[in-house]
Design a protein around this ligand. Structure first.
Ligand SMILES: Nc1nc2c(ncn2[C@@H]2O[C@H](COP(=O)(O)OP(=O)(O)OP(=O)(O)O)[C@@H](O)[C@H]2O)c(=O)[nH]1
Ligand SMILES: [Zn+2]
Length: 226
């Protein structure tokens, strides 16, 4: 995860804004541009905020900082939990009537779509998500949370409850000046195709996820895992 020693913020531009009705309610959709992305990365510098309710000046605003995952969100891939997490975040924001989803165009933990699919190819040959990135000579996690912090600052959010299982995401946002009051777990169901990925995130990337053995045992016994 990229966190510079000195925080220099490129200009945040607001490109467009409109109300968008969704299956989980009416959100304001704001498109931001933050800095530039090298064309060869395949990543877009245009990030999205979905905002519900009045968040300006508010504390403890529920926020999901979500990274793009084309495979699950568009095509229904079962290899990860991203789509479920996004849907759960929108549903909880709608339930509370207030909150923000920041959708960052950092596909594949920031390595871009084609590299992610190369990593999937290696995973189909038995490597886990971390080793697949390393075999490609890429960092485990190449995301930058400066755009998210700048977007929250623009929205005037005073402090947030962050929906994530990733402690490094909390740390990175704090380093960019976001007041993260609490971490709210973002646990969604597993399936046989996502279990390996979730277990690698738990064991190798420090995510606060229930242990897979315990979850499987609990579900076999008909008990809720968490
Ligand atoms: N490089 C790579 N990226 C992946 C893989 N599976 C999913 N992703 C990407 O991972 C990103 C989501 O990161 P995760 O590590 O799953 O979760 P997180 O955002 O760190 O943590 P949460 O906030 O708890 O969701 C999205 O950009 C996905 O496209 C994979 O096997 N390899
Ligand atoms: Zn995903």
């Amino acid at each position: 995860m990229y966190v510079p020693d000195v925080v220099i913020r490129p200009r945040l531009e607001i490109l467009a804004k409109a109300p968008v009705p969704t299956q989980t309610g009416l959100f304001d959709m704001i498109v931001f541009r933050y800095g530039e992305q090298a064309a060869e990365s395949g990543l877009s510098p245009d990030h999205v905020a979905l905002v519900m309710g009045d968040v300006r000046g508010r504390s403890s605003v529920l926020v999901r900082v979500h990274s793009e995952c084309l495979t699950s969100e568009v095509f229904g891939s079962l290899k990860c939990d991203c789509r479920g997490q996004l849907e759960a975040a929108q549903a909880e924001i709608a339930r509370r009537g207030q909150g923000v989803v920041l959708y960052l165009r950092q596909e594949g933990r920031g390595i871009g779509l084609s590299n992610k699919i190369r990593a999937y190819d290696l995973q189909s040959r038995g490597h886990d998500t971390v080793d697949a990135n390393r075999l490609l000579g890429l960092p485990d996690d190449a995301r930058d949370y400066a755009p998210a912090a700048a977007m929250l600052e623009h929205l005037g959010v005073a402090s947030i409850q962050l929906m994530t299982n990733n402690p490094l995401k909390v740390q990175a946002l704090r380093q960019f000046g976001t007041r993260v009051e609490t971490r709210e777990p973002s646990i969604v169901g597993t399936n046989p195709f996502s279990q390996g990925y979730l277990e690698a995130k738990r064991q190798r990337m420090g995510h606060a996820l229930p242990a897979l053995d315990a979850a499987l045992h609990a579900s076999a016994e008909g008990i809720d895992a968490e």
